[in-house]
Ligand binder design. Structure first.
Ligand SMILES: Nc1ncnc2c1ncn2[C@@H]1O[C@H](COP(=O)(O)OP(=O)(O)O)[C@@H](O)[C@H]1O
Ligand SMILES: [Mg+2]
Length: 491
């Protein structure tokens, strides 16, 4: 009897790496995300409104958090949400709606405030528990007469454009009573900034036990660092969201959550942002299992969602020959090999696994399959890097080419300078922008293409230590994720 039981049990365990489902590259719309989502330590404090801004590099899981919140909320009668993507947002029209009497970012705070208040109002009028009913009817009437199609931000902007920034409101909201006593029906036109004041007052009168989430994502679409105006727009959005939250938090449970790429965030120079520091989450992952933000746990969760392995806490060990003897010296494990080819971001490690899964092997994952997959992974990794760096360094490609031409995994400042000087585009860039070689290398360092190698042969990368300054006097090394694509021997 005992024997039979253990035999059955054995058969139930699976270790075929190629049966694992790794999911899509983007968290947006991933309907399996719940089965392998790793809760970050701050998750519950986003739900209570303590954290409102999620900052992280590309692929660190900003959208994943929003997707998870959406699915937590979905179908619950006392939660409402609106997802606002700034993808293909009519930025030009928005710029036209600035308040010319103000300077800098303050010009755009009123229009953002209006856009967000409108979306919030749309949530409130769906809420059956909100009171008083008279106020809700008024609010609902206001939305219906101005923005009837419920299409979100875009519609609001469009209709403001055609009405020359005016909206219809009840005269009684201005404190003007109609002599016929029929003031309810009378509408008048006011500028949207006036409507902001009125909406704030009206919303403050509303009571509800429900929670309203406002998600802002994909703000980085079409971002270019040189566009100072765009930076102001983003700063104004932060300010508008914070204002609305502070103004209404005692009356209503509103939960704005804004996700933004860290390279863009760091470029937004403004004293105001420091004040937000307590409400910001910086997404940074590490390798160690059982620690917070563990990428190994994240991979284990994906394996466990697909397979029933013998030891779920060590799922990775169950599906790989982690200490494969064919690993090159001094790499200790397949995990280390793969992990060192990422920027410690979920998307990188998942993508590498997924590419391994495309090749025709069976059983546990061995180093041979990883080596085969590395070529394709390195190509992909390079493109991810390009997406981030291109708006920060116009000659990123030429600079990278210099490293490829130099053909070494480790080099000195003099060596790379010599190579860069052969490139006319780099030379022009240096003179016309009054920059030095070190400035260019520093950008490559900040985005993780290169790291520093200390005299004791320890390597340092910015993504591992965010406060690390670039030291041009130390040797530099190419990140292992690129060496295959660049056809250079890793250090
Ligand atoms: N907390 C998490 N748990 C599980 N998977 C995650 C988590 N965060 C990110 N991922 C995965 O990493 C990838 C990138 O996440 P995504 O949210 O799209 O990144 P971002 O929006 O920051 O660019 C997706 O495959 C996603 O499923
Ligand atoms: Mg995203």
């Amino acid at each position: 009897m005992y024997k039979r039981y253990s035999k059955e049990n054995k058969q139930r365990f699976q270790s075929n790496f190629w049966d694992i489902y790794w999911g899509p590259d983007e968290a947006k719309g991933d309907d399996k995300l719940n089965s392998y989502f790793i809760e970050i330590p701050e998750y519950n404090k986003i739900k209570t409104g303590e954290y409102r801004y999620i900052i992280g590099r590309k692929g660190t899981g900003k959208t994943a958090i929003i997707e998870r919140l959406k699915s937590d909320i979905h179908g619950k009668y006392n939660f409402f949400y609106k997802y606002m993507s700034l993808k293909s947002f009519p930025i030009q029209s928005l710029r036209g709606m600035k308040d010319k009497s103000q300077g800098d970012k303050s010009q755009f705070v009123p229009i953002w405030t209006f856009l967000v208040l409108i979306e919030l109002s749309k949530l409130i009028i769906q809420d059956q528990m909100a009171e008083s009913s008279d106020d809700i009817i008024d609010l609902s009437q206001f939305i219906k007469s101005n923005f009837p199609s419920n299409l979100g931000f875009h519609e609001t902007i469009k209709s403001l454009e055609s009405s020359e920034n005016k909206v219809s409101i009840f005269t009684k909201w201005l404190g003007l009573e109609d002599k016929t006593g029929n003031s309810k029906e009378i509408l008048t036109q006011v500028h949207f900034q006036k409507a902001n004041e009125i909406l704030f007052e009206l919303i403050k009168r509303i009571n509800s036990k429900c929670t309203y989430y406002l998600f802002f994502d994909e703000l980085d679409e079409g971002y270019s660092i040189g566009d100072k105006g765009l930076n102001l727009l983003l700063l104004a959005l932060f300010r508008a969201i914070e204002n609305i939250y502070l103004e209404l938090k005692h009356q209503l449970k509103i939960r704005p959550v804004l996700a933004l790429r860290s390279d863009i965030f760091e470029n937004l120079e403004d004293n105001d942002l420091n004040k937000l520091d307590d409400f910001i989450i910086n997404l940074r992952w590490t390798t160690e299992s059982k620690s917070k933000y563990s990428l190994l746990d994240l991979i284990n969760a994906r394996i466990n969602a697909s397979l029933k392995v013998q030891d779920p806490d060590n799922a990775w060990e169950c599906v790989s020959f982690n200490r494969d003897e064919t690993l090159p010296y001094p790499v200790k494990s397949i995990w280390d090999f793969m992990y060192n080819r990422t920027f410690e971001r979920p998307r990188d490690i998942v993508k590498f696994m997924k590419i391994c899964g495309k090749f025709n092997y069976r059983g546990k994952l061995g180093f041979q399959a990883v080596k085969t997959a590395e070529i394709q992974y390195s190509e992909w990794f390079y493109k991810e890097f390009r997406d981030e760096i291109q708006s920060h360094l116009s000659i990123w490609q030429e600079a990278t080419q210099s490293i490829i031409k130099l053909g070494k995994g480790v080099f000195t400042l003099d060596e790379i300078k010599f190579e860069m000087d052969k490139d006319s585009a780099i030379k022009t860039h240096l003179t016309s922008n009054n920059k030095s070689h070190v400035d260019i290398l520093e950008v490559l360092f900040n985005f993780g293409l290169i790291g520093n190698l200390s005299d004791s042969n320890r390597w340092f990368f910015k993504y591992k230590d965010h406060n690390l300054p670039f030291n041009p006097d130390h040797k530099m090394l190419v990140h292992f994720g690129f060496t295959r694509k660049f056809r250079i021997r890793p250090y």
